[in-house]
Design a protein around this ligand. Structure first.
Ligand SMILES: O=C(O)[C@H]1O[C@H](OP(=O)(O)OP(=O)(O)OC[C@H]2O[C@@H](n3ccc(=O)[nH]c3=O)[C@H](O)[C@@H]2O)[C@H](O)[C@@H](O)[C@@H]1O
Length: 462
């Protein structure tokens, strides 16, 4: 739509004086108008085009799909506007804003502590990691664009949680280089925990551009600013188990092939790993990629299966359980959020320093990749049984052939590298983790029901 560039037709008319144009002789009013336009001041022409540009942008913005309802079961299905919306940056700057930024990023109670910029801070993993870092005394500044891939109200609730913990979440896009540079001007961050991304495997079929925007362009934008910063921060970021794609050797090890992604999402995460190599190689940035395996838990993502299964089971709506060819089981190495948070913090703690400064490399810096999984894959059907049990409601199950839109049949992490080098030891099994998730879900979405249940049984819902 933007291609219907208004300048081209207008320009050709402007270049010809109207009285030389045979067509316009028969339309004096149009001719007069164009004549006036031709002789108007450059300033008013500029004002006209500026107005037109704003009008076109506003029209596009209004036409773009609205956010899904707070109770939506799946992400918005339009391919319009996703990355455009996330380009919005709320107003920033000024002494009061800078004071908030500085105060949030200030290290407290932890000698030698970190000052961490967490991107995607209002996201699922971002919120948990930010809270954990703040709790131990690190300085934390959040950044999030609050796009409406899933219910923004949940992101706002997470933001409120962080605000109460003393973490300021700046509203802005990682593609906004000006904002990023400003943040690094105000705070000499020691670390960046980069968790902002367009997540979700299947949505990449619907809105491919948003994956390129956030996971490729956004990553480069962030690395550009990080490499120029002085001091350069060390960067830890979220890659994904999906990079293993069609790999059939189990469990998945970091040294396995990752050149056969099955979704655009996976491809952008894999691209991120290669881009990380470049910035490490040229600029001496210390970079650690973490391949997360289907992370779940309280404050989770409503676009993920365990989350919308819970929602649909409670509403008596059918749920689709994918199966592979010949009714083969589909399984995931579901990993509980607290285990992931410990892995993220350990990655920050062990990240060696970046060696460059002001865009110049001074020596080799660490470049690492780790699997963060649970090492025990569970069939999706078993996940549903656990949920039925915890919710006390039978699911309406529908067996569905796994759609060919990016899903892989199973994932299984080999975590020995993370065990050795990060001291990563996941301790939460799926039943325990889902129990905590369901407790949170009911408290968050159905507080009245929880109260009623609590008063009936005389105990809290645990
Ligand atoms: O491990 C990862 O790196 C990825 O984990 C998840 O991706 P996925 O494992 O596909 O998680 P879900 O979308 O929650 O699906 C979980 C399982 O349920 C299955 N499923 C999903 C949807 C559905 O309707 N039915 C169904 O059986 C999927 O095939 C999959 O086996 C996240 O959504 C990604 O952002 C993340 O990068």
């Amino acid at each position: 739509m933007m291609d219907g560039s208004p300048s081209t037709p207008g320009k050709s008319k402007m270049e010809k004086p109207p009285h030389h144009n045979h067509h316009f002789h028969h339309h004096p009013s149009t001719a007069r108008l164009l004549f006036r336009w031709h002789h108007s001041s450059p300033l008013s022409k500029f004002a006209f085009w500026a107005f037109l540009a704003v009008a076109v942008f506003a029209a596009l913005f209004l036409l773009s799909p609205g956010p899904p309802s707070a109770e939506a079961d799946s992400p918005p299905s339009s391919n319009l506007g996703q990355h455009r919306r996330s380009l919005r940056t709320a107003s920033w700057g000024g002494p009061a804003w800078e004071k908030r930024v500085r105060s949030s990023a200030r290290i407290r109670r932890r000698p030698g502590g970190f000052s961490v910029l967490v991107t995607g801070a209002a996201g699922f993993v971002g919120t948990h990691v930010s809270a954990a870092l703040k709790k131990r005394g690190d300085g934390v500044l959040g950044l999030d664009c609050f796009n409406d891939y899933y219910e923004p109200s949940l992101k706002r609730a997470r933001q409120a949680l962080l605000e109460r913990a003393g973490v300021f979440v700046v509203e802005g896009d990682i593609n906004d280089a000006l904002l990023l540079r400003k943040l690094f001007d105000v705070v000499p961050f020691t670390h960046v925990m980069h968790l902002a991304a367009q997540a979700g495997v299947r949505y990449a079929m619907t809105n491919p551009a948003s994956y390129v925007h956030s996971n490729v362009a956004g990553l480069v934008s962030l690395l550009e600013v990080a490499k120029s910063a002085d001091p350069q921060p060390a960067l830890v970021w979220a890659s994904s188990s999906s990079v293993y794609g069609l790999n059939s050797k189990v469990p998945f090890s970091e040294s396995d092939r990752t050149d056969r992604p099955a979704s655009l999402y996976a491809a952008t995460k894999k691209a991120g790993e290669e881009i990380a190599h470049v910035y490490n190689h040229i600029y001496g940035l210390s970079i650690t990629g973490l391949r997360f395996f289907t992370v779940y838990g309280p404050w989770g993502r409503p676009d993920m299966a365990y989350f919308f299964f819970t929602r649909n089971i409670l509403r008596g709506k059918p749920i689709s359980i994918f199966e592979g060819p010949g009714h083969a089981t589909v399984a995931r190495d579901f990993t509980y959020i607290d285990d992931i948070v410990r892995g993220c913090v350990a990655a920050l703690d062990t990240a060696g320093k970046s060696t460059g400064s002001g865009g110049k490399k001074r020596g080799p810096a660490p470049l690492r990749v780790y699997n963060l999984g649970n090492t025990s894959p569970v069939p999706v059907a078993d996940l549903v049984s656990i949920l039925e049990n915890l919710l006390g409601v039978k699911a309406v199950r529908k067996a569905v052939k796994m759609p060919r839109n990016g899903d892989v049949q199973f994932t299984h992490a080999n975590i020995s590298l993370a065990q050795r080098e990060l001291g990563y030891h996941p301790t939460t099994n799926l039943h325990t983790g889902l129990k905590r998730f369901v407790r949170w879900y009911l408290q968050y979405y159905r507080p009245n029901l929880v109260k009623k249940r609590g008063s009936k049984s005389g105990s809290s819902n645990s």
